[in-house]
Design a protein around this ligand. Structure first.
Ligand code: AHR
Length: 325
């Protein structure tokens, strides 16, 4: 009799546990019941954008009832590969990651596929030709961001005869945003020979490197009209270098950058940066929605492009106070 009662109680507890984690409830159910576990490999903490992105992913996972196993790769691909392998070993329900560089992922992605663990790319792309290695890619159109930067410059320099000497601070070598922002910008300015990229080097998306490389540009390149920085942090570092060289950022050297994080927007409102192309880091909620759909075996689009805008100095002054990050 006692055995029967215990069995009934156990069955009741199991049923409650299953329903309380059921789909549509606050906790996201894993395919076998229980809480969904996501292994998330982040690029690092190289920029204000990245910090905002990490916060967005962590908060959205919590709100969606998804348990997040988070690792910071410190901008090293080998750390990301290690983290993904460890998530496979731990049999997480889903792996999401923002690849530090585009190439070299096929082997580890095949390992995840063979272990039946779906992978979602977030923020940055991989160059794998086998598109079955991941379920979807959520993030910005970096080529378009580069085009927007180029369009502003061509419009701004309409009345100038040229040459317009440009220096470029590239993001991390081999990363999707560095490759694509460079390509989009070059595509637009390439239509007019007065635009000359006189120096172009990586600043690894960090403030310190942006400053260091800009100092070198200022020494080696006498006549710089424009700086195109692939992110705000490098632009902010470059501003320090420009001021250190006794020049006025925004006046002596026009600055275009990408991201629109709060510090960048402040520099834009202050007239030190000339124009910013937005790249939104707030990908967390969409990532969790896609995760739930993927695990429920629902159709998801192969590509989800983030909505973003651009900011002039006047626009920055208006929105600065309400900027979240
Ligand atoms: O991948 C997005 C880019 O990475 C951001 O523009 C940059 O700030 C970050 O480090």
């Amino acid at each position: 009799m006692l055995k029967k009662i215990s069995a009934l109680v156990l069955a009741g507890v199991t049923a409650v546990a299953l329903t309380s984690c059921g789909k549509g409830e606050s906790g996201a159910a894993a395919p076998g019941g229980g809480k969904t576990i996501m292994g998330f490999s982040q690029v690092g903490a190289e920029s204000g954008w990245r910090t905002a992105n990490t916060k967005s992913v962590q908060e959205a996972a919590k709100a969606a009832g998804i348990e997040l196993k988070f690792s910071d790769a410190q901008q090293k691909q080998e750390n990301q590969i290690k983290a993904i392998r460890s998530y496979i070993q731990q049999k997480v329900d889903v792996i999401a990651f923002s690849p530090v560089v585009e190439s070299g992922w096929d082997t580890v992605l095949k390992e995840a596929k063979n272990a039946n663990i779906p992978v979602i790319l977030t923020d940055r792309a991989v160059d794998s030709t086998d598109k079955t290695l991941y379920k979807t890619f959520l993030g910005s159109d970096f080529v378009e961001e580069g085009r927007k930067a180029g369009k502003w410059l061509t419009e701004e320099s309409k009345s100038e005869a040229g040459p317009v000497n440009i220096v470029e601070l590239q993001g991390t070598t081999g990363s999707a945003p560095a490759n694509d922002r460079k390509a989009g910008f070059a595509e637009v300015i390439g239509s007019d020979p007065k635009f000359k990229v006189v120096a172009s080097q990586t600043g690894d998306f960090t403030r310190a490197k942006g400053k260091e490389v800009m100092e070198a540009f200022l020494k080696s390149t006498p006549d710089i009209d424009v700086l195109y920085a692939h992110n705000d942090d490098m632009a902010l570092g470059a501003i320090e270098a420009i001021e250190g060289a006794g020049k006025v950022p925004g006046k002596d050297i026009k600055i275009i950058s990408v991201d629109a994080v709060k510090d960048g927007m402040q520099a834009l409102a202050d007239g030190k940066i000339s124009y910013i192309v937005e790249c939104s880091p707030l990908l967390g909620p969409q990532l969790m929605d896609l995760t739930k759909k993927v695990l429920a075996k629902e159709e998801v689009p192969a590509r989800v492009v983030t909505e973003e805008t651009t900011f002039t100095q006047e626009q920055a002054k208006k929105v600065l106070a309400s900027r979240q990050y």
